[in-house]
Design a protein around this ligand. Structure first.
Ligand SMILES: [Mg+2]
Length: 238
């Protein structure tokens, strides 16, 4: 069983929310901001600029600076130099990392799968050094036989090659592997496209009818918690 990291095992969204709330509180020039709206705006900027990084349009540091600049723009705060943008990012980053945590169901799920003799791996769309630090911080280091990061491979999900590369590293056929992630198209359908099984974890229950239909058409089970996974994959294997 292979996992996505952010918002599948690791509670990224919650840590981002904490990081932005603490940043609003710490920056006088952001006084009076609508906290809920600003967390949502930050998430949208992350989505935009992180995908520019995954598409090769910006480097990893460049997408961070772009997010910082775009976030501050409505407040009339200009981060003129790259050093200014990087310094502002560092403040946000320290507040974000202070809130790093796993989802409560992660360790029980990994323990259960391991107890069933199932081999575990990770495929993440991100920078290897950054994601490795995250794994260390939440005590997941060593729980996976292989950790594959798009930043190191130069290929990002949903490209089939990142899934196939990982299957090769396990020396296991794609059809014997299940990939679990919180993004339907990037994770679950991407995995299915490469010949693996795909599982979509919709923790917040926000799936639309169209998404559920697309998952169903691709044979992708939809789960709300990792607690559902061990029985699901054992049944599939059986
Ligand atoms: Mg994810």
């Amino acid at each position: 069983v292979l996992f996505d990291l952010d918002d599948t095992l690791f509670a990224h969204r919650a840590a981002v929310g904490s990081g932005i709330l603490a940043t609003l509180a710490a920056n006088p020039e952001l006084a009076g901001a609508d906290a809920t709206a600003e967390v949502a705006r930050w998430e949208a900027l992350e989505e935009t600029h992180y995908h520019r990084y995954l598409a090769g349009e910006l480097d990893f540091e460049g997408q961070r600076r772009a997010r910082a600049r775009a976030f501050l723009e409505p407040y009339g705060v200009a981060l003129r130099t790259d050093a200014d943008a990087t310094a502002w990012w560092a403040g946000y980053w320290s507040r974000y990392t202070a809130a790093w945590a796993l989802h409560d169901d992660t360790v029980p799920c990994l323990d259960d799968l391991e107890g069933r003799g199932i081999r575990l791996g990770l495929i993440t769309n991100g920078d290897l050094a950054s994601q490795t630090r995250k794994l260390e911080a939440v005590a997941l280091t060593g729980r996976f036989e292989h950790v594959v990061a798009s930043g190191a491979l130069g290929i990002a999900k949903p490209d089939a090659r990142i899934f196939l590369h990982t299957c090769e590293r396990f020396a296991v056929a794609p059809a014997e592997i299940v990939y679990v992630g919180d993004r339907l198209r990037t994770d679950a359908l991407g995995a299915v496209g490469a010949g693996l099984g795909g599982v979509w974890i919709d923790r917040r229950g926000v799936a639309t009818r169209d998404e559920l239909d697309a998952a169903s058409a691709a044979g992708v089970p939809v789960i709300r918690s990792l607690a559902e996974l061990p029985v699901l994959v054992s049944r599939t294997a059986g």
